[in-house]
Write a protein that binds this ligand. Structure first.
Ligand code: ADP
Ligand code: MG
Length: 321
């Protein structure tokens, strides 16, 4: 590489994230030294984005940096954990300084917004691949998991679902849309919002939680099976954006809401006796979440429309492409 690995790390990554007083040693030594708060458990997650697999090769570099961290923030949010420290394993075909500058800006802005310090990583040459490891903390014993749900718990999801799947299809020219809807949906894919504050607050209310990364119906199924129950979603209650409806129509918008990936919203279960307190203390209109169904004893995740269970082929939602 024209730029030495050392110079590259110094220039783009040494001061990329937040400064934190609990980082004794950060970028520059053989390992980072961190001091977790007492009384807490560490929460750790890692996710890899491969160019051409998880994002188009020509994605804006700042968006690649943002998404690489956002997907991990979303995993910690789903546990109710507070993010604190990140490591970045970066594989680059070449040291393209314009690309690196934008990538670091996208990653750094989101890291600072969540007070996450970039404390280390690895830089290698090869096909463009970005792997972030994120560490955070949660008061001992209070983390949310997928496994705590019970039959009868009500199910909620934050934000709207399906937008990012349409945004990716627009990026890949598998779908077209008018300018305003196109801008909104692309933004939802390129710049996902991890629901970190909501996740932390949900520790007091939710029995189980998962982040929606692979499609709502499949992810609800994972939460339900981890909780050893099933789930019933209400077709008419799925939160779909105006833009998604305008581009795909009501029917296909709801199909994509169930099957599209990359939304990074939180889906969570709440015991019926806690719902009134949830609504009072975390007003849905402020926090932006919607009731979409409930957990039930019978296994499997189903969608009910006008009193009837819908049938889906696994690739049903893909037929708009
Ligand atoms: P080592 O060979 O001992 O693993 P490196 O020379 O690879 O060390 O890295 C030097 C320092 O720079 C280490 O502290 C490492 O964590 C950090 N580092 C390397 N690549 C990155 C990166 N992409 N982002 C942040 N820190 C990095
Ligand atoms: Mg070393």
């Amino acid at each position: 590489m024209a730029l030495s690995e050392f110079a590259l790390i110094e220039r783009y990554f040494r001061n990329c994230g937040a400064q934190r007083s609990d980082v004794t040693v950060g970028v520059g030594d053989d390992a980072a030294l961190l001091t977790p708060p007492s009384g807490c458990e560490l929460a750790a997650a890692t996710d890899t984005l491969v160019a051409g697999v998880h994002f188009p090769h020509d994605s804006p570099a700042a968006s690649v940096g943002h998404r690489a961290l956002a997907v991990n923030l979303s995993d910690l949010a789903a546990m109710g954990a507070r993010p604190a420290w990140a490591l970045l394993a970066l594989t680059l075909p070449e040291a393209d300084e314009a690309w690196l500058g934008e990538f670091a800006a996208g990653l750094g802005a989101l890291a600072r917004a969540h007070e996450v310090a970039l404390v280390g990583g690895d830089t290698t040459r090869g096909p463009l691949t970005v792997s972030v490891q994120l560490l955070g903390h949660v008061p001992r014993g209070s983390a949310l998991t997928r496994a705590g749900g019970h039959a009868g718990d009500e199910l909620f999801v934050s934000g709207t679902v399906g937008d990012a799947g349409a945004g990716l299809a627009l990026e890949q020219a598998r779908l077209s849309a008018p300018a305003a809807e196109r801008a909104y949906l692309r933004e939802r894919f390129l710049w996902p919002t991890a629901r970190v504050a909501l996740g932390e607050r949900l520790r007091e209310y939710a029995s189980a939680c998962i982040d929606v990364s692979d499609g709502l119906l499949g992810d609800v199924g994972k939460l339900a099976s981890a909780s050893r129950v099933g789930a019933e979603l209400s077709w008419g209650d799925l939160p779909v954006s105006e833009a998604l409806r305008a581009v795909l129509g009501e029917e296909r918008a709801r199909e994509l809401a169930l099957g599209g990936g990359d939304d990074y919203e939180l889906c969570f279960a709440v015991h019926p006796q806690q719902v009134a307190r949830l609504f009072a203390e975390l007003p849905p209109q402020h926090w932006g979440y919607t009731r979409i169904g409930a957990l039930r004893a019978a296994p499997g995740a189903v969608v009910v429309r006008d009193g009837t269970v819908m049938e889906f082929s696994h690739s049903g939602y893909q037929h708009f492409v």
